[in-house]
Design a binder for this molecule. Structure first.
Ligand SMILES: Nc1ncnc2c1ncn2[C@@H]1O[C@H](COP(=O)(O)OP(=O)(O)OP(=O)(O)O)[C@@H](O)[C@H]1O
Ligand SMILES: [Mg+2]
Length: 264
């Protein structure tokens, strides 16, 4: 059963050329789907449309976005708001930077939990601790009483991902959640995300520039080029039998590690 079906979606900003054109893709329950493609190819536009948070001027001019069978584009703002942060969560490239610099982690974490449900302070604390530990932050208690500037980039990113996963969303949209981090930390954070999928049975759409990351984490891979989804299929099919020239180019650029190019 698919959790998300994007059907023939076209998205425009004002009168400009389409930023996303006739894109169709599906995400199964608990599946990890990566979207790879060069800058400006429409990746962010596409996943923002799923949450109904396109920047001003952006509209879906054609197609459907079905989440659990329901067309998100026909929902009113109240129903959309109910989905956001509960059924569908999103992590941005700079979640770290979006933390409030003048409040400790615990206080903003609690606020994000209470935005969606009622919970006693002590229960919030133990839930936060549990989630931070799941993201392998070694000293959750210390992280909770820290200000964002006291944490490294990788730690902040883990806090952000923990916060997004707390409501156990059915679908997590992650827009380059690791690209601001250095390569080894990126790999660790991606590994944690893969584990979270197993524990929480969350489907994930991951936007990444890095075909190596896509190959490691994905069940399916989509490749975008100039607003079009030029390739979409099962991980092994895309990696070992790419159809489009652009996909072949991206694959050829992945460096070999210990003689192997595509780790799993
Ligand atoms: N707020 C906006 N207003 C007008 N045009 C926009 C806006 N945001 C994006 N675009 C245009 O839509 C197209 C797709 O942009 P988008 O940000 O979705 O690409 P992307 O694949 O996420 O790129 P990147 O890898 O750099 O994040 C681009 O041509 C971009 O200029
Ligand atoms: Mg983007």
């Amino acid at each position: 059963m698919d959790i998300l079906n994007i059907e023939n979606c076209t998205i425009r900003y004002q009168e400009q050329e389409a930023a996303v054109e006739h894109v169709s893709l599906s995400v199964g329950e608990q599946e990890i789907v990566s979207i790879v493609g060069e800058s400006g190819s429409g990746k962010t536009t596409l996943i923002r449309a799923i949450l109904g948070i396109l920047p001003p001027g952006g509209t879906v001019t054609e197609g459907k976005i079905l989440f659990q069978g329901k067309n998100i584009l026909e929902l009113d703002e109240t129903s959309l708001q109910k989905l956001r942060g509960t059924e569908i969560a999103m992590i941005f490239q700079d979640v770290g930077a979006s933390l409030d610099p003048i409040r400790i982690v615990e206080s903003q974490y609690r606020e994000s939990i209470l935005a969606h449900r009622k919970m006693a302070k002590a229960d919030c604390r133990s839930l936060e601790k549990e989630m931070l530990a799941k993201m392998h932050l070694t000293d959750p208690e210390r992280v909770m009483v820290s200000y964002p500037f006291e944490l490294s980039g990788g730690m902040k990113q883990r806090v952000g991902i923990a916060m997004s996963m707390t409501a156990r969303p059915r679908l997590l949209l992650a827009d380059e959640p690791t690209s601001a981090l250095d390569v080894t930390i990126q790999a660790e954070v991606v590994r944690e995300m893969k584990k979270l999928r197993e524990q929480y049975e969350t489907a994930i759409i991951l936007v990444t520039h890095n075909m190596g990351v896509a190959s490691y984490i994905s069940d399916k891979i989509g490749v975008m080029c100039k607003g079009e989804l030029v390739e979409f299929g099962k991980r092994d099919d895309v990696i070992f039998h790419p159809k489009h020239e652009y996909t072949k180019k991206l694959l050829a650029a992945v460096p070999r590690l210990e003689g192997k190019r595509f780790a799993k």
